[in-house]
Design a protein around this ligand. Structure first.
Ligand SMILES: [Zn+2]
Length: 322
């Protein structure tokens, strides 16, 4: 019978298992190299959309309790997540993806992550560095809505993180999230979003309030996806017959797009969010739209497909495309 030493066995294991091993003395160079990769790797993914290069970056993740999903019991959400291998001890994992759009002349960042405000986050600066981009090279930031998991990375230590960027936010969200009466009436878990919005407005006095659907620059336009928040928007990048639609919080992992009736605790107008999803999911399936969604598993790229009448998420290839 063949016997394997622990070392020989570990070489065949994924890097994460090797890193978790407590056996250090006498490790092979391969095992040591694997540990180094595990510690330093920064996920980056790129797709080409006509003349645009879109790079997916990730600020980190947080596990959302099964009780945070509405319209179904926590037990039902968990059971469904189990069948998809998406159930974790503390809920369903949301990643925080950001997208860097490069048209060859300008760099536009879509969303900035929670930056430590929740979960295991704060990795966006390192991801930008790995992509070879300095924060002061970002020409514009589009924030899809004013929840702190999208605005958190705009500021740090009382200063703006993107000193030269024009900031675009929907006017309805600015009005909502700077309203003292709304803040006073809001549950505790939303206060950080109000506070982050106040700081955003203070530190980005040149902030550009967006009214409805409009073009930000040639081939980059805003799409109204109101519901999740009053000014929840998407960003469409389009060139030469191909397009990518960044839809922010229109889809959450495991529950969407199969059931548009399921919402999330953080939504300001649950009925409006539900109606928007009920309209959007079949339309996206019909248009075969390539989508990027903030909280879907990295890099969040995929399509909504109708599978015998049931909507499902089909993750897209994202490397070496073009
Ligand atoms: Zn979000």
């Amino acid at each position: 019978m063949t016997s394997f030493s622990r070392r020989a066995f570990s070489i065949g294991l994924p890097a994460a298992f090797v890193a978790a091993s407590a056996v250090v003395p006498g490790r092979t160079a391969v095992a040591q190299a694997r540990t180094a990769v595990t510690k330093t790797v920064v996920p980056l993914a790129q797709v080409t959309v006509g003349r645009f290069t879109v790079t997916a970056l990730v600020d980190g993740y947080a596990d959302m309790p099964f009780t945070y999903f509405t319209a179904r019991s926590a037990q039902a959400v968990e059971a469904d997540a189990r069948t998809q291998f998406a159930a974790r001890p503390n809920g369903i994992r949301f990643v925080f993806n950001q997208y860097l759009v490069d048209d060859g002349e300008r760099l536009i960042l879509v969303d900035t992550g929670p930056a430590g405000a929740l979960g295991e986050t704060g990795r966006l600066p390192g991801a930008l560095e790995a992509a070879g981009v300095r924060a002061d090279q970002i020409d514009a930031v589009i924030v899809t809505h004013a929840h702190v998991d999208h605005t958190g990375g705009l500021v740090a230590g009382g200063r703006r993180n993107f000193p030269k960027a024009a900031l675009h936010v929907d006017r309805r969200d600015i009005a909502y999230w700077t309203d003292p009466a709304k803040r006073a009436a809001a549950p505790e878990f939303l206060k950080s979003s109000f506070d982050a919005c106040a700081e955003m407005v203070r530190l980005y006095p040149d902030l550009q309030a967006i009214d409805g659907e409009r073009q930000i620059t040639r081939g980059v336009s805003v799409v109204d996806l109101t519901g999740h928040t009053p000014g929840h928007i998407g960003v469409r990048v389009e060139d030469g017959g191909s397009s990518l639609l960044m839809v922010s919080d229109m889809l959450f992992p495991s529950v969407h797009p199969a059931d548009s009736g399921i919402g999330f605790l953080f939504e300001q107008d649950p009925a409006a969010a539900q109606q928007m999803r009920a309209r959007f999911f079949p339309r996206a399936a019909e248009e075969r739209a390539l989508i990027a969604a903030t909280h879907m598993p990295f890099p969040g790229l995929g399509r909504i497909v109708s599978d015998g009448g049931r909507m499902r998420w089909l993750a897209a290839d994202w490397a070496l495309q073009g």
